[in-house]
Ligand binder design. Structure first.
Ligand SMILES: [Fe+2]
Length: 339
């Protein structure tokens, strides 16, 4: 029995279609929409997560989404997404999927979201590789299903269950460096210098007087395997992001984009002091057609064992799609974060 705890579900790359009942079978791989059968399975899996951790209070069901909420970055897809994820924004004419509102039950909590490259497409590609690069219209004042993202960089706080520590989240847009560009052929990421500078100032300006664990949400992965087609974050952005993370004691960077689970400690430096910053990358939660290896999500469990210590243990469970449901694979990648 731990002294205090915080559970955070990380969904990524949901790729919601404008059709709530999409099966994601009609497009080239990479451009499909969500698979409605995965939505139902996710609802069941989340119920299991909350039950496993004895979370009965809906306000302690915390969820983040690390980008590619939508398939083509159009308003109809954003509306589908908000309806299915939150279930509380009435959208005239959009059919409800039976059971979603009561089963997903995310309408009572803030869902912290950052955009991915697909969310910036503004309806393109109209031709092969003609991907949109950056669309400022997706950032709105919440709640707004037509512009569902909060302007980045943002920060937000998730308190632990008993208030002994907090998880401080920072959201960046890894497409901000493409502002003004016509296309993004490689789907790679770049964070603007201005955005990185503001992130750094945001962290510097916070007095270290709270028991605070820090994590950054960034859609693009910090690296990729050679066979993965989606471009990663560019090297300069990676260097700066890791350097900011080391300087400010960031425990983890939560990513998506490649549709593959991946967890690794990245080496970073603050002055002469080496630090580890964990990249914790989630697979695609909902993109169809459902396929083992491609679909899944992460559950981050932050635990404070007793009040005398200042060490929070961060473990991440992987939930992988097995064709009959999402199955838990216990994480073997614990890290210890100090506050
Ligand atoms: Fe992506």
């Amino acid at each position: 029995m731990s002294f205090d705890k915080l559970v955070l579900v990380q969904l990524s790359d949901t790729h919601f279609s404008d059709d709530p009942n999409s099966t994601g079978l009609n497009e080239p791989r990479g451009q499909e929409g969500h698979d409605v059968s995965l939505v139902t399975a996710l609802a069941n899996a989340l119920d299991n997560v909350w039950a496993r951790h004895n979370i009965t209070d809906p306000l302690q069901r915390h969820v983040v989404l690390t980008g590619d909420l939508s398939r083509f970055g159009i308003v109809a897809e954003f509306r589908t997404a908000m309806n299915i994820l939150l279930g509380y924004i009435p959208v005239p004419g959009l059919p409800q999927i039976a059971g979603i509102q009561s089963v997903l039950g995310l309408g009572l909590v803030d869902i912290f979201m950052i955009p991915g490259n697909h969310d910036h497409w503004a309806g393109r590609p109209s031709a092969w590789l003609n991907y949109g690069a950056h669309n400022p219209a997706i950032f709105g004042v919440q709640p707004d299903p037509d512009a569902p993202f909060v302007q980045t960089p943002w920060n937000g706080t998730i308190p632990s269950q008993h208030g002994h520590f907090e998880l401080r989240l920072y959201g960046v847009d890894s497409n901000s460096g493409h502002a003004g560009k016509e296309r993004n052929y490689s789907s790679g990421g770049r964070i603007s210098r201005d955005e990185l500078a503001r992130l750094s100032v945001m962290m510097s300006s916070e007095k270290p007087d709270r028991k605070r664990i820090r994590a950054i949400l960034c859609h693009h992965s910090l690296g990729r395997d050679i066979w993965e087609p989606a471009g990663p974050l560019d090297a300069q952005s990676v260097r700066t992001l890791l350097s900011i993370s080391a300087r400010h004691g960031v425990a983890a960077i939560l990513t998506g984009h490649t549709h593959r689970m991946f967890q690794k400690a990245r080496k970073a430096r603050s002055g002469k002091t080496p630090r580890e910053v964990w990249e914790r990358r989630a697979a695609s939660a909902l993109q169809g057609p459902a396929e083992p290896g491609c679909n899944g999500f992460l559950v981050h469990i932050l635990t404070l064992e007793d009040s005398a210590t200042d060490r929070v243990q961060w473990n991440t469970d992987e939930y992988r799609w097995t064709m009959s449901g999402f199955a838990r694979v216990a994480g073997d990648t614990p890290t210890t974060a100090f506050y």
